[in-house]
Design a binder for this molecule. Structure first.
Ligand code: ZN
Length: 138
């Protein structure tokens, strides 16, 4: 997987203009109830998540925004990233479209439509749950 640590990813973006898609590697350390914008409140189980998005311009600025907690909440993913038990551990970077990268992930869709308001490839959701692996209490 093309995933980079939080100190490395920005150098990768700056070094390769073909990159348009990012994937946030997210750990939710404990189950948490999160209100997701206009979607209803949802109990996210503890575990690993992958969120896939893209920015054809200013990819680095977009990812920096996701990593920052100082922002106005706008996208579905903003609400999950602001949850106290959430931590982004790595950033994947790709030249392919976000839907193609997202569809390659073998994960579960917990919340239909999450991050997929602009999706025309029927992904169902741009957030996928990879499950709860060892090391994280449920
Ligand atoms: Zn899609």
């Amino acid at each position: 997987m093309n995933a980079w640590g939080l100190e490395e990813w920005e150098n990768k973006v700056n070094a390769d203009e073909s990159l348009v898609t990012y994937q946030l590697h997210i750990i939710l350390r404990q189950a948490q109830q999160v209100r997701v914008g206009r979607l209803s409140s949802f109990l996210f189980p503890a575990g690993y998540y992958l969120y896939t998005g893209s920015a054809r311009r200013n990819l680095a600025a977009r990812v920096r925004r996701h990593l920052s907690r100082q922002k106005k909440l706008r996208w579905h993913i903003d609400y999950l990233l602001m949850a106290s038990a959430t931590q982004v551990t790595a950033v994947g970077l790709f030249s392919e479209t976000e839907c193609r990268c997202n569809q390659r992930i073998n994960g579960k869709i917990l919340l239909a439509g999450f991050g997929a308001s602009d999706c025309r490839a029927r992904c169902g959701s741009h957030l996928k749950y990879l499950g709860n692996m060892a090391g994280i209490s449920p």
